[in-house]
Design a protein around this ligand. Structure first.
Ligand code: GLP
Length: 254
């Protein structure tokens, strides 16, 4: 009996159209228009639905960009965003952008569920909730919701209204520096509101980062969720040799 390589899984039609498109894209500079749905349908001899599905995949992956009323174009390369325990403001500056923050909402509320557990507060303890749109060179990059203990950071809401950097406020006003953090990354489809704020389509893939940071005494500082457009950013983490510093516990479910 001869044992050959496993038979290839059956490839959906739209996938071969996608591969054909990738070949075209590979030869074109960013900003070049790609053939219209109608032209592609005629060229590859398939249905318009199939072509549309291939194009949508490439848009979601950040290889193509759709401009309302103008057509579909080859996208700019993604922005590489290092994963470090720095502030958004410092990180943006380090890769050559001017950072900004638009405060969408800032309020005092009561800790519940995961927020209480993460900040090690009793359920119902007062917390501040900040919702900010993060900007780089005035372009919306991420949506960020931060929770911090109100008892620990009195007056934070007013200060957050006046400063675009939360970490600067924590350092300068409260003498608190996050020195240790756990960050998780998951994906989720953009909600209609996220899509509007980040100039993308509802349902587009988002990279969702959750940061749980601690000060030098091991006390929680913040619990933050940030949504980034999956088609525009590549996160890079530098991995160093593990020197017996312990393992990261799986994230508990609250
Ligand atoms: C990043 C982190 C957040 C942190 C923020 C502070 O975006 N993911 O957890 O709160 O930086 O940035 P800034 O000081 O610019 O407000």
């Amino acid at each position: 009996m001869t044992v050959g390589p496993p038979a290839p899984a059956k490839e959906p039609k739209y996938y071969s159209v996608k591969r054909h498109l990738l070949e075209i894209i590979g030869t074109l500079p960013a900003g070049s228009p790609v053939p219209t749905e109608r032209e592609l349908t005629a060229r590859v001899g398939t249905s318009r639905t199939t072509v549309r599905q291939a194009l949508s995949d490439l848009v979601a992956e950040g290889r193509l960009i759709r401009r309302q009323g103008a057509g579909t174009f080859v996208a700019e390369p993604k922005i590489t965003w290092p994963l470090q325990l720095t502030s958004f403001t410092e990180q943006a500056a380090a890769i050559g952008f001017r950072a900004g923050a638009e405060l969408l909402s800032a309020r005092r509320t009561r800790a519940a569920g995961e927020v209480a557990a993460r900040l090690r507060l009793a359920v119902g303890a007062p917390v501040y909730r900040l919702e900010r749109l993060r900007l780089a060179d005035d372009t919306p990059i991420a949506l960020e919701i931060s929770h911090l203990s109100a008892a620990r950071f009195p007056g934070l809401l007013g200060r957050a209204r006046r400063s675009s950097s939360l970490y600067r406020v924590l350092t300068e006003r409260y003498r608190i520096v996050p020195v240790d953090a756990e960050e998780t990354i998951e994906t989720a489809p953009a909600t209609p509101r996220q899509a509007e704020l980040l100039h993308t389509d509802t349902g587009a893939p988002m990279l969702v980062l959750c940061r749980h940071s601690f000060d030098a005494d091991g006390v929680p500082v913040e619990f933050v969720t940030s949504w980034y457009r999956g088609d525009r950013y590549t996160f890079v983490a530098r991995l160093l040799e593990h020197a017996g510093r312990g393992t990261v516990e799986p994230r508990p479910v609250y």
